[in-house]
Design a protein around this ligand. Structure first.
Ligand code: CO
Length: 210
């Protein structure tokens, strides 16, 4: 059997198991999607949103990219964000990074890796904002992990800078924003920052006509 054929076989077994547990499982899911959470995570195969949070299909709306970035010109991210906030009405947006992130590591080197440089450049900017704090850490792994933590916080602040989030805060008092970091070596998620609706970071980014 080819490797991809195994996936299809496992899919059949999974679907059968779900129906055995709850005969209406797919019927219910196919008619309604009401997730409470938007997850913005890393594409890394070791950080699957549903599995590590013990959630089921239908519970989390998911966007993943290299190093869980919120880039304000990324039409894909913005479309997901707008749909999650304005149509699904999510109550929480979680930006979840992970220790040992390859994207973050790449941002700390001077190697060119082609088109990905342009994406990684956004992480280099986060490094630059916190250069002094980071360069006071001599251990390379600890320095990378600190940048992982600083990066999730920065991405949450990037969410707060969008008119989508600011408008929802003003008119609906939601969503809450959360920065988390997942440990590949122990499976535990550490909360780094929680932001309540209406929080203020820098008024330069706060629109006054939403
Ligand atoms: Co990663």
């Amino acid at each position: 059997m080819k490797s991809y054929e195994k996936l299809l076989l496992q899919n059949k077994a999974w679907a059968a198991e779900k129906i055995e547990e709850d005969p209406n499982f797919f019927k219910r899911l196919s008619s309604l999607q009401t997730p409470e959470f938007l997850w913005i995570g890393c594409s890394d195969s070791r950080v699957p949103a549903n599995e590590i949070t013990g959630t089921e299909p239908g519970e989390i709306f998911v966007h993943r990219n290299i190093a869980n970035m919120v880039v304000h010109t990324d039409l894909n991210l913005l479309s997901v964000l707008e749909y999650a906030v304005n149509v699904l009405g999510v109550e929480h947006i979680i930006v979840c990074g992970h220790y040992g992130c390859g994207g973050v590591k790449a941002a700390m080197t001077r190697h060119s890796i082609g088109i990905i440089n342009k994406w990684i450049r956004n992480i280099k900017d986060v490094y630059r904002f916190h250069r002094e704090e980071l360069e006071n850490i001599s251990d390379e792994e600890l320095r990378t992990n600190k940048l992982v933590e600083l990066n999730v916080k920065e991405q949450v602040m990037n969410l707060a800078k969008t008119s989508i989030v600011q408008s929802a805060w003003k008119h609906h008092q939601r969503p809450q924003l959360h920065a988390w970091v997942y440990g590949l070596d122990n499976g535990i998620i550490i909360p780094v920052l929680d932001v309540l609706p209406g929080a203020h970071f820098d008024e330069l980014y706060e629109f006054d006509n939403l």
